[in-house]
Design a protein around this ligand. Structure first.
Ligand SMILES: [Zn+2]
Ligand SMILES: [Zn+2]
Length: 107
């Protein structure tokens, strides 16, 4: 069983892309795949997002971006300083994904 690299839900698909000369495979759940398609994000864009997710966390309370993406909640007031840009990105994504899920992604 694979899990979505963005939100850690059950992944339904994997995408492969070459970034900086290296092949990178990422896993996506139905929701993130749908959101990415709708926003016109390429696999390379998603890899950039995933890298930024893995790389950031709040050293004050230990909240990681992954945790934030699961709960949409910051652990302390310093979190915004360290992860504010992702919060903005996430807010955009959430807004996009709360408009109803249209067609299911096709394989
Ligand atoms: Zn996901
Ligand atoms: Zn914090």
């Amino acid at each position: 069983m694979k899990f979505c690299d963005i939100c850690s839900r059950q992944a339904v698909t994997s995408e492969f892309s070459v970034v900086d000369g290296r092949g990178v495979e990422i896993f996506l759940c139905e929701r993130c795949l749908d959101t990415a398609r709708r926003n016109g994000l390429s696999t390379a864009d998603l890899i950039t997002i995933i890298k930024s997710i893995d790389g950031k966390y709040c050293p004050v309370c230990g909240t990681t971006e992954r945790t934030f993406l699961e709960t949409f909640r910051f652990g302390c007031s310093s979190c915004y300083e360290y992860m504010g840009d992702i919060a903005l990105k996430t807010a955009e994504r959430v807004q996009n994904s709360t408009t109803h899920q249209g067609k299911a992604p096709r394989r």
